[in-house]
Design a protein around this ligand. Structure first.
Ligand SMILES: [Zn+2]
Length: 277
């Protein structure tokens, strides 16, 4: 239990309730302080809420109902893109998409499909101060990417531009990468890959616009080349929609001499269930 979950429950932080004390009369100020302290203590004593339906949960990221709605991605899937197939198709099969428009990265894996519950989890973690969700999300990712991590030399988080990092205060991909590193024993390669150009938010852009938006946005810093060159890397991000961001990062890593780049995502959009060719 932590103050962050209390913040999420009430929509205002306990500190936020204490903040307007200066506007109260002295006696009222004392009463207000006591009331604030009591509320703060109550908040700490209550369990966190399920990010998707806001029911209290104890010791779990999600309540049982929302957990059942989450779609974990498991084989059978396209060996290359990790997109699930509708039926058992044998090992090593590729989807039509992997053959007709192969990505720069070697393989992609994701823990869950990006649906309503997954979106709620990501938004609570990213924008709702629910840092307590990171170990759970990271563990699910480490399990989904086990075969990639077994062959990897390093984990690279998708970087934020410094201005967005300053505004958000943390890089969600770097936080997930740290958990995955702990789970797998594969080290995180910090600060080698940089976002050198601020990009506009991808939400609402078409596939072509996203690709143009990302063009030239990522670069491996001169001082980071040694950590990238000749290495097999797993690139980590929270959500995959069109794949423009991870494609841009992969190209930058390969230009800097990476031997191979695989992708590990928490939640990916799966348009339709594709059959192997
Ligand atoms: Zn729930």
């Amino acid at each position: 239990m932590n103050p962050a979950s209390a913040t999420d429950r009430q929509g205002v932080s306990a500190l936020g309730r204490l903040a307007p004390l200066g506007r109260l009369a002295p006696l009222g100020r004392l009463a207000g302080a006591v009331r604030g302290a009591v509320n703060f203590a109550i908040d700490l004593a209550l369990p966190p809420l399920c990010p998707a339906c806001r029911e209290p949960v104890i010791g779990q990221a999600l309540c049982a109902v929302c957990w059942a709605k989450l779609h974990f991605i498991a084989p059978p899937y396209c060996e290359r893109l990790g997109i699930p197939f509708a039926y058992e198709a044998g090992e090593g099969l590729l989807s039509m998409q992997a053959i007709t428009s192969p990505p720069a990265y070697a393989r992609a894996r994701a823990a869950v499909r990006y649906d309503d519950v997954a979106r709620a989890l990501v938004q609570a973690f990213k924008y709702g101060d629910r840092f307590d969700l990171a170990p759970t999300l990271g563990r699910w990712m480490a399990a989904a990417g086990r075969e990639l991590l077994a062959e990897a030399d390093g984990i690279v988080p998708v970087p934020l531009h410094w201005r967005r990092l300053w505004a958000r205060r943390f890089n969600q991909s770097a936080t997930l990468a740290s958990v995955i590193a702990k789970e797998s024993g594969v080290p995180v390669v910090h600060d080698a890959l940089r976002r050198v150009r601020a990009t506009v938010q991808q939400v609402g852009l078409s596939r072509t616009e996203r690709a143009a938006n990302i063009q030239g946005a990522f670069r491996v810093a001169a001082g980071g080349k040694a950590a990238i060159s000749g290495r097999r890397l797993v690139l980590v991000d929270d959500v995959l929609t069109t794949g423009a961001t991870v494609e841009g990062c992969t190209r930058a890593l390969l230009r800097a001499g990476a031997a191979q780049v695989d992708i590990l995502i928490f939640a990916r959009v799966v348009d339709t269930v594709r059959s192997p060719i």
